[in-house]
Every structure is written in C-alpha cells, then in structure tokens.
Design a protein around this ligand. Structure first.
Ligand SMILES: Nc1ncnc2c1ncn2[C@@H]1O[C@H](COP(=O)(O)OP(=O)(O)OP(=O)(O)O)[C@@H](O)[C@H]1O
Ligand SMILES: [Mg+2]
Length: 258
C-alpha cells in the first residue's frame, strides 16, 4: 500500500539522516516505526508527507510509493489530497484558538467538526476551551482529531506520547486503535515508547542511526530482549517510563522467550 524502497534523505544536501530505508505500511493495519532519539523517524514521516521540502532537506534516493504512485518531492497539499494525513511531532495545535476552531481549520465544514465529537466525546466536552490550556493528552487527542477530520486513508502519527505520562499514552494509543479499526485506516505510527506502540500495532520496524535494524510482529519484537534493550532503551533502568501494564507484558514475553 504505502511503500518505501531504499529511501535516502539528506539535510542541507550533506547530512544523511535516513539511509536505504525499505518498509511498507499494510492497508487497514497499524505499522509502528520505533527508535530512540535522532534515529530518523520524524525525517521518514516528513519525507512521506512532503513537508521535508520545508526543512532544507530532500529525498536524495529511493522511492516512496502510495497505491502505485510515486510521492517523491510532491508538495504537502498534494500528498494530503491523495488521502495521507500527518499528525506532526511539534506544533500540533493552534494554542490561541478554541478546540472547535482548531478542528474547523482542517475540517472545512461545521458538520464534519460535529461528527468528530461523536467519535471523540471527550473532545466535545472541551469544544469551547482554548487549546493552549488543554492538558498534554487532550492536546494530542485534538491533534489526532484535526487529522482525522480530513477523512484520510492513511494516517502518519509522530509521537503522540511526547511529554505524556505512560498511562495517558496508553489511553491515547487505545483511542487511536479504536478509530483505526472503526474506519479501517492505514496507520504509520512513530514512537519512542516501544512497549506502548507495540501494544496496539500489527507490525513494527526498529530504526537506529537512519537505518532499519529489525522488523517483525509485536510478539517477535517484544520477546527479543536484545532489541528492546539495545535499540529501544526499554531495559531495566527505563522501566518506570513505560506503563505498568506494558512492562508487565514485556517481562512476561521475555520469560517465555527463555
Ligand atoms: N532540520 C534539520 N536539519 C539538520 N539535521 C536535522 C534536522 N532535523 C533532524 N536532523 C537530524 O536528522 C537525524 C534524524 O532526526 P529525526 O528528527 O528524524 O529523529 P527522530 O527519530 O524523530 O528522533 P526523536 O525521537 O528525538 O524525535 C538526527 O541526527 C537529527 O539531528
Ligand atoms: Mg522525532
């Protein structure tokens, strides 16, 4: 469906941040792209969504293909018209606008904005609030709604967990999974919080220093202690950053793995 073939991305024509990345996001599934700080996850999503052109960066090799169509160097609005929406890493919402006005910005019509409140009743309760005063989790939910209201086929999500407590992250990813199933969406989910992402994903890729180093089902990745520790930093020292349930699940899987 959405495929990357040997994609290379360079900043300022020299610094290669993504090196020979080949992956695909299967239709109607959640695929997660994991990795620690600076691995190249955001760069990969901005390359797909076309926003890379605004970063003094470029796709210098390989191909990004959606439904047989080449996306390399397409402008963001043209990618979006093909049904691919991005929930960006930073500046996800307009702080000075109300929740409703944020949604109207991407919705195009008041009717669509109302439909989103049926999908996310919690957001409906916050409709008149100024976005800048929302909690971190509420802001991420609003950002998700702003992308969903454009009725995309493919949703690219960059770190919904940014700055959130593990419990809030798990709840949010649960909401994402619910909507993904209801709508039959294709999701490419970028996350540093590997345990939380793998709890909702159908398939995962692990990125390190611009390259993909592993991929597999959540079960396979979770049961591989070395991957979790070396590439995702979910070894003992970091356990308190993961949600209790996720860590418990991870430990259980590791025990099975022997
Ligand atoms: N605008 C930029 N100009 C130059 N280099 C950049 C720019 N943005 C990112 N990079 C570099 O590209 C590499 C990959 O960064 P990227 O933001 O894609 O990583 P990431 O996996 O999203 O990390 P994080 O989990 O911290 O968000 C890093 O070495 C980073 O320093
Ligand atoms: Mg990032």
């Amino acid at each position: 469906m959405l495929e990357l073939h040997q994609v290379e991305v360079a900043y300022n024509k020299t610094a290669t941040a993504v090196r020979g990345v080949s992956m695909h996001a299967e239709q109607g599934k959640i695929t997660t792209l994991l990795g620690t700080n600076g691995a190249g996850k955001t760069t990969t999503l901005t390359a797909i969504s076309g926003f890379i052109g605004m970063e003094n960066a470029d796709v210098v090799g390989g191909e990004i293909v959606y439904k047989g169509r080449r996306l390399n160097r397409l402008a963001p609005h043209r990618v979006s018209r093909l049904g691919i929406a991005l929930v960006p890493e930073r500046d996800k919402v307009f702080d000075t606008l109300t929740v409703t006005d944020n949604i109207k910005l991407t919705a195009g019509s008041a009717g669509k904005a109302r439909a989103v409140y049926e999908e996310f009743p919690r957001l409906g309760e916050l409709a008149g609030r100024t976005a800048g005063y929302l909690s971190g989790g509420e802001k991420q939910l609003l950002a998700l709604a702003m992308a969903l209201v454009t009725e995309p086929e493919v949703l690219l999500v960059d770190e919904l967990s940014l700055g959130l407590a593990p419990r809030v992250t798990s709840d949010l990813l649960g909401e994402l999974q619910r909507v993904q199933r209801e709508r039959g969406l294709t999701v490419l989910l970028v996350e540093q919080n590997a345990a939380a992402a793998l709890a909702v994903a159908d398939y995962g890729y692990v990125m390190e220093d611009g390259r993909l180093v592993h991929d597999g089902t959540p079960e396979a990745l979770l049961s591989h202690g070395d991957i979790m520790e070396f590439y995702l930093g979910t070894g003992n020292g970091d356990d308190q950053r993961r949600s209790y349930r996720d860590v418990k699940q991870y430990r259980r899987k590791r025990r099975w793995a022997g």
